[in-house]
Design a protein. Sequence first.
Length: 304
Amino acid sequence: MNNLRKIILKTLAYFDLFHYPVTRYELWTFSSEKTSLSLIDEELNSLLFEKIVFQLDEFYSLQNKPELAEKRRRGNLRAIEQLSIAKRVSKILNWFPFVRSIAVSGSLSKNFAEENSDIDFFIITSANRLWIARTSMHLLKKLSFIVGKQNWFCMNYYVDEIEMEIVEKNAFTAMEIVTLIPMQGIDYFQKFRKANAWTSEYFPLQTNYQKDARGNKKIAIRIFLEKILRSRLGDKADQWLMHLTDKRWRKKALGGKVNDHGDKIEMAVGKHFSKPNPKNFQAKVLKQYENAVNYLGQIKEAVL
């Protein structure tokens, strides 16, 4: 099996985990090695002829299911509306103390949304104040339940400016990083991307990203609150809120609570990060991806 063929099949195998057919351009930009679009097209034609890959209108997949193309189109249309909402929500979240950058993550960052999908956000905070920022933002999340808009305020992943580098270096986290869509605080977002330059080992062509996000606008109430909370009182409050949140989430995990998708609710907590526990959904996706790649290896003779 030639190397480019392996790359195409591995890329398709990853997106097929989410039943998401991709365009030829996406196959190129998410390739694990630098190549040209013309070479991608040439190899795709061979794979189509051998019926290893299937064309679903303008999309490609390892699954010969035409309905996936229509599902993607509907999801892409919903994403346009959801991204408009996300832009408005990010302006609200930017008012909170110690927030430095806000980006859209999850399926919406891949330009896809189901009906009633969550709008997931990735947040960067100032040093040693992550837990003050997170707690104040999640108080707003509690209020959003009153008006039934809680799915607009899913602040799932936080890092602070001290530890921007993501320690789980794998295909899943690389994909999540390179597809983030910055909404606020482009300067801090650029620092985050530089801190995670390792993602180029997985996606060397994904070096550019949306750069029309707003800078970190000076907001009087945020500046005032930050001035007060940059004291020893702020240090103690941030530490206390971290321990309080950790205790609360441990209790949820021990109680066996699951989310709407049936995944176990569990959070990884640290001084400079707050994130879904990587041993849950992330580990599951990576295992499925490994199985898919192994399967492709088993049919090596069929794709020669």
